[in-house]
Design a protein around this ligand. Structure first.
Ligand SMILES: Nc1ncnc2c1ncn2[C@@H]1O[C@H](COP(=O)(O)OP(=O)(O)OP(=O)(O)O)[C@@H](O)[C@H]1O
Ligand SMILES: [Mg+2]
Length: 237
């Protein structure tokens, strides 16, 4: 029997045009289509300014397309109101940024629990805390739970950001240049961690990167060029 499960992510003819006041409109995405199955790992490459972050922000529901549809686990984001979109984003999508975006005044453990504050659930609080502690152990930072981000290295902060992105066990993990601010050794460790998590949990991984080292490790590579996404041989093993 054919597999009729919805893809984890499906984009159909997505366009995004920015209209800066007093300047000509900029058509950054011109009909991007993409299907990503559960458990896949995908790298998106492309020159600076080609629209990679724009695309990731649309998939994360942080921005809305001008045309086309974006479905996460069969649910069309473009039809959702702001509240439902925020809820789906919080539950279904983990996001790792180039710069970790940790809250400096909160401890490492508190930072990992930040996504759970959006919908406080007293009954679940203890188990969420245990899960955060487990994730911290998983990323190799169990002994830094009470530390503040300012006292961690760049690679350690990025590992905390990975744990935070996974607190709700999202089926889809998005990362925008996750190793962009790291040296080669720390970048290698982070790539190891992302690949291991994909294998262990089956989380689908979509990574925007300039790093061919990282792209080479992912199952599929695509390149964004002239507003369109195409299969890429760049970074192929
Ligand atoms: N809010 C905005 N208003 C106007 N133009 C924008 C806006 N956001 C992005 N752009 C423009 O859209 C284009 C794509 O930007 P984007 O940040 O997606 O590129 P990128 O591929 O992520 O680049 P990089 O590799 O440097 O991170 C750029 O020309 C940028 O100036
Ligand atoms: Mg970018």
């Amino acid at each position: 029997m054919p597999d009729t499960r919805p893809a984890v992510l499906e984009l159909d003819s997505v366009s995004r045009v920015f209209r800066p006041p007093g300047e000509p409109p900029v058509a950054v995405l011109r009909g991007v289509s993409l299907r990503v199955e559960a458990g896949e790992t995908l790298a998106i490459l492309g020159p600076s300014g080609s629209g990679k972050s724009t695309l990731l922000n649309l998939i994360a529901g942080l921005d809305r397309p001008d045309a086309g549809t974006i479905a996460v686990q069969g649910r069309d984001l473009t039809g959702l109101g702001d509240r439902d979109l925020a809820r789906l984003r919080n539950r279904q999508i983990g996001f790792i940024f180039q710069l970790h975006h940790l809250l400096p005044q909160c401890t490492v453990l508190e930072n990992i629990l930040v996504p759970t504050l959006a919908e406080p659930d007293r009954a679940a609080a203890a188990s969420q805390r245990r899960r955060a502690e487990g994730l911290l152990k998983r990323v190799g930072l169990a002994d830094r739970a009470g530390a503040f981000p300012g006292t961690l290295s760049g690679g350690e902060r990025q590992r905390v950001a990975v744990a935070r992105a996974l607190i709700h066990q999202p089926p889809l993990l998005l990362a925008d240049e996750p190793t962009g601010a790291l040296d080669a050794a720390a970048a290698g460790c982070l790539a190891d961690l992302l690949m291991e998590l994909n294998r262990e949990t089956g989380t689908t991984l979509l990574v925007v990167t300039h790093s061919l080292d990282l792209a080479r490790r992912l199952g599929r590579r695509m390149v964004l060029r002239d507003g369109r996404l195409e299969a890429s041989a760049e970074g192929a093993p």
